[in-house]
Design a protein around this ligand. Structure first.
Ligand code: NAD
Length: 371
């Protein structure tokens, strides 16, 4: 049992353009901490996205999906880029790889830390006086329900010849409760404050959302501070005073928009990690999860050796925390990234940071030295 628990089995899907560049560095960081802690890393690397299309004719090759099924977590890079842009929308790498993965593993909870170090406040489009200590919040987005998936979803031609389209927003109590639990667990490990975002003044699904969240917290997490906010106000408040939030959680479409707003106020895509957790437990008794940078494949800087590896490294830390229960190790990696970027001033590849001081590999070397 001890041997099994000290072996981490995960699938590595680097993807396209800068995906493999930053993934190589994340794996080096993981290898370093694993060696120190006597942990065995057991991973296989597989094609996904454009690489899947080029080498197997499919953005999510069957062999890649099979590998993921045998694993306890997926460390994902990013997919897509100009090479595959002319493909029909349904075959585009992002849509044809990520959506089926979300579906296959019921990845219902998307967790995105919104972190901006104090010394980097100038990277944010917000005025420095609004965020004197940087930003430290978390956005949790429901990922498998709501208006992106509800049926009917169709466009019809009316008798008078004009077209009419419909999308359907659906939520069930159980879907709301399980994401509420993720928000509560996340808040418990942080500032113990949860803000649930909805549009309960207009939407039926939001009325149910709010009612369910109130009942769930009253029953299971009465000690946490729960507040509610309409989504339009939440968008304004994020830009006005982001640190009023600790954990922000919401349904799929609102979370899609708010988490991107959060990414931009945090200044740099190259620093933004994310976790998407699935239903049920892996062999470690923890959630199966897919861990990936929030940004894309950055084709404009691919091959130049200047991509920022931090988002991928921080995503690997989230994998250790959520899918393998190695919280202390995750915290150590996060602290090393913080020290490297914010204290030592080692930076790379990111427009928001101005002139890079080192390349991708040297940046990872610096992080490893700080581990
Ligand atoms: P992008 O996130 O790839 O790039 C936006 C800007 O941020 C670029 O200037 C890029 O150089 C910079 N950037 C992003 N990550 C960086 C990093 N680690 N270090 C330094 N700079 C970084 O977004 P885009 O240009 O809109 O999309 C490019 C491709 O990525 C598209 O094909 C898109 O579909 C795909 N994409 C994939 C995912 C995913 O796989 N989850 C997510 C978003 C976009």
């Amino acid at each position: 049992m001890a041997d099994f628990m000290s072996t981490l089995t995960f699938a590595v899907l680097p993807g396209d353009y800068i995906g493999p560049e930053v993934m190589t560095e994340a794996l080096r960081v993981l290898a370093h901490v694993a060696r120190k802690e006597n942990i065995t890393l057991s991973y296989e690397i597989a094609d996904v996205g454009g690489a899947g299309i080029d080498n197997h004719g499919k953005a999510l090759p069957d062999s890649t999906l099979e590998l993921c099924r045998k694993s306890d977590a997926i460390l994902f890079g990013s997919v897509g880029g100009p090479k595959w842009e002319k493909l029909p929308p349904k075959e585009q790498p992002e849509r044809a790889a990520l959506l089926p993965l979300r579906k296959a593993f019921s990845l219902f909870a998307n967790i995105r830390p919104g972190l901006l170090y104090k010394d980097l406040v100038d990277a944010s489009p917000l005025k420095a006086e609004r965020i004197p200590n940087g930003i430290d919040i978390v956005c949790i987005r429901e990922l498998t329900g709501g208006i992106y998936f509800g049926q009917p979803k169709t466009t019809i031609t009316l008798p008078n010849g004009e077209e009419q389209a419909v999308d359907t927003m659906i939520y069930k109590t159980s879907e709301i409760e399980r994401i509420a639990e993720v928000a509560a667990v996340t808040a418990r490990a942080r500032g113990k404050r949860v803000c649930s975002v909805d549009k309960a003044n207009v939407l039926e699904t939001s009325v149910l959302w709010r009612k369910t969240v109130i009942a769930y917290f009253a029953k299971h997490h009465p000690d946490l501070a729960l507040t509610h906010m309409y989504v339009d106000n939440a968008a304004m408040q994020l830009a006005r005073d982001p640190n009023q939030f600790d954990v922000l959680f919401t349904e799929n479409m609102f979370g899609d928009i708010l988490s991107d707003e959060m990414a931009v106020i945090c200044g740099s895509l190259g620093m933004m990690s994310s976790a998407s957790l699935g239903v049920g437990s892996n062999r470690h008794g923890k959630p199966f999860g897919l861990y990936e940078p929030a940004g894309g494949t950055a084709p404009d800087i691919a091959g130049k050796g200047i991509a920022n590896p931090c988002a991928q490294i921080l995503s690997a830390a989230l994998m250790l925390r959520y899918s393998f229960g190695l919280d202390a190790l995750a915290t150590r990696i996060e602290a090393a990234v913080r020290k490297t970027v914010a204290v030592d001033g080692v930076r790379t590849g990111d427009i928001a940071f101005g002139r890079p001081t080192v390349g991708t590999i040297a940046m990872a070397d610096a992080i490893i030295r700080n581990l």
